[in-house]
Ligand binder design. Sequence first.
Ligand code: ATP
Length: 289
Amino acid sequence: MEDSIQIESVIKRFNNFQLGPIDLTFEQGTVLALVGENGSGKSTLLQIINQLLQKDEGNITIFGDKLEATNDQVKQNITYIGEELLLAYSHMTINKMTKFIERFYNNWDQMLYDHLISRYEINVNEKYTNCSTGTKKKVAFILAVSSKPKLLLLDEPSANVDMLSQYMMMEDLRSLQDSNNSTIIIATHMEEDLKKLADYICILKQGKIVAFSDKDTLQESWARVWLDDGINLSNIQTYYEMESRSPLQLITNDIFQLERELLDQHVKINQIIRLELREVITKYCQKSL
Ligand SMILES: Nc1ncnc2c1ncn2[C@@H]1O[C@H](COP(=O)(O)OP(=O)(O)OP(=O)(O)O)[C@@H](O)[C@H]1O
């Protein structure tokens, strides 16, 4: 499909770690957030999509084109500006570094770059190597966004970045998505990124997908439910765990089905509160594989 990204049965093996098989399909113009504990495989997946790493098995199709090492058309559509790329230019000023990097990107938007440099108050005459960790992150972000890619890959872009800049980054990504119909894959540990940006969330655990869903479904279906103490739950299937017996408190990953079951059993629900995204992700990460 020309308007989607398809990742099919992708596997990457290291000595002590296997990523995959990974299967994901999502539409152009959406934001996919990759979440999961440290070492769960988020960066590895991003690097495979950017061909910094070769997959061992599987297929990736980006907007109708197979992702192969020789396919320049596909490469031109993807931007991933990791620290490793910028290290090669780190002895240069940001100004000079940009002049080298912009040449890689056909869609480079100089006006947008100038605007972002001023918005994030970056001193372009500073040597990249002398910049603070957060400023380096901001420079990488500005370069990536200014390349106006069809597919933008971001690896924890707001880690070590001040709160105002984190907020601005979210605004700028939304604006790139709206103005350029860019698709964004972002590996993140920030709950705000998920709440404000993500359309889809993929939760990885030890290299495997434990959940892949649109954000709204994840948010709407997980809930904490309070019932009267002492109710017989033997005929109730759709609860995930019992948090306490008194008061009787259940967690469910399918509140709609649980409500139907409780109604059938004539059980009164005292209270329902949806789980925070952070809690949902934690539940998936705690699940044994
Ligand atoms: N080049 C490599 N050689 C061997 N093992 C590797 C290599 N790159 C990554 N790994 C292993 O793959 C696993 C996944 O690492 P990865 O960096 O993808 O995790 P992550 O989810 O991005 O973690 P974090 O949240 O800490 O950034 C880790 O166990 C890591 O040690």
